[in-house]
Design a binder for this molecule. Structure first.
Ligand SMILES: NC(=O)c1ccc[n+]([C@@H]2O[C@H](COP(=O)([O-])OP(=O)(O)OC[C@H]3O[C@@H](n4cnc5c(N)ncnc54)[C@H](OP(=O)(O)O)[C@@H]3O)[C@@H](O)[C@H]2O)c1
Length: 218
């Protein structure tokens, strides 16, 4: 299966590319910095340069053509301000979803965040509020489309090794953290479970093995 991953040099994306390559899938990482191509290739994926804040929908459509699934794993990142929360966390997801529809790629897994789906609390830090607003808008856009989408809202991400044990359920799930390696494993499993389409799921560390948790909600 050919899987195109937006934000292909992100921490979750690189882990996901390794998992997909390991099971014989063809992963393609969309990156904006050509210097990141070597890391993506080392993870086992094809690297394609595509800045999702600058690309036209038609160009992204061409890149998605022939893919079985698309994963939105991009993010403006911790050092960015409110405008890039909108242009990446919302805008790049909308562009990718638009291109997926045009290319006829139905399966779309979006990495969102716990906290999305509700307005930011009054008094919240301006950048955090912009992030949550952007993630919520990206989710709403995706739900409005004729795609087999799954929205995944992880809790606080860590770089700890994979545990293989998670809590995955419809909101609300109590706040918690989750290793990026476990998030990558959950996405790989979601791609294999079309029954998880049209579901919004929250994810933190827990007791259930990944495959069983994903299977049980499909
Ligand atoms: N941090 C948390 O605790 C947390 C919690 C829940 C959800 N999340 C979400 O989880 C997702 C993945 O997290 P992560 O830690 O794996 O992210 P990450 O390591 O920050 O990776 C994000 C990637 O997006 C890329 N990107 C940024 N702008 C782009 C553009 N215009 N075009 C193409 N790619 C672009 C970045 O590339 P560059 O290196 O070129 O900038 C980077 O490789 C993000 O959506 C994040 O918001 C985070």
């Amino acid at each position: 299966m050919r899987v195109v991953i937006a934000g292909g040099h992100g921490k979750i994306a690189l882990l996901l590319e390794g998992l997909l390559a390991g099971r014989g899938d063809q992963a393609v990482g969309l990156i904006r910095n050509p210097a990141h191509a070597g890391d993506v290739q080392k993870a086992g994926a094809e690297a394609v340069v595509c800045d999702l804040e600058a690309a036209a929908a038609g160009d992204v459509t061409v890149l998605l053509s022939g893919a079985a699934a698309v994963v939105f794993a991009a993010g403006a990142g911790p050092g960015s301000g409110a405008p890039r929360k909108d242009s990446v966390d919302r805008g790049a997801s909308v562009l990718l979803a638009d291109a997926a529809e045009r290319a006829g790629v139905r399966r779309f897994v979006q990495i969102s965040s716990m906290g999305a789906g509700q307005p930011p609390r009054p008094g919240t830090d301006e950048v955090w509020a912009a992030y949550i607003t952007a993630k919520t808008a990206a989710e709403d856009d995706l739900r409005s489309r004729d795609l087999d989408w799954t929205i995944l809202r992880p809790g606080r991400l860590t770089d700890a090794p994979a545990t293989g044990r998670i809590r995955l359920a419809a909101p609300p799930v109590p706040r918690g953290s989750i290793p990026r390696a476990d998030v990558a494993a959950v996405i790989a499993a979601l791609l294999d479970e079309p029954g998880t389409r049209h579901r919004t799921l929250e994810l933190v560390g827990g007791d259930s093995p990944v495959a069983a948790a994903v299977h049980s909600i499909s």
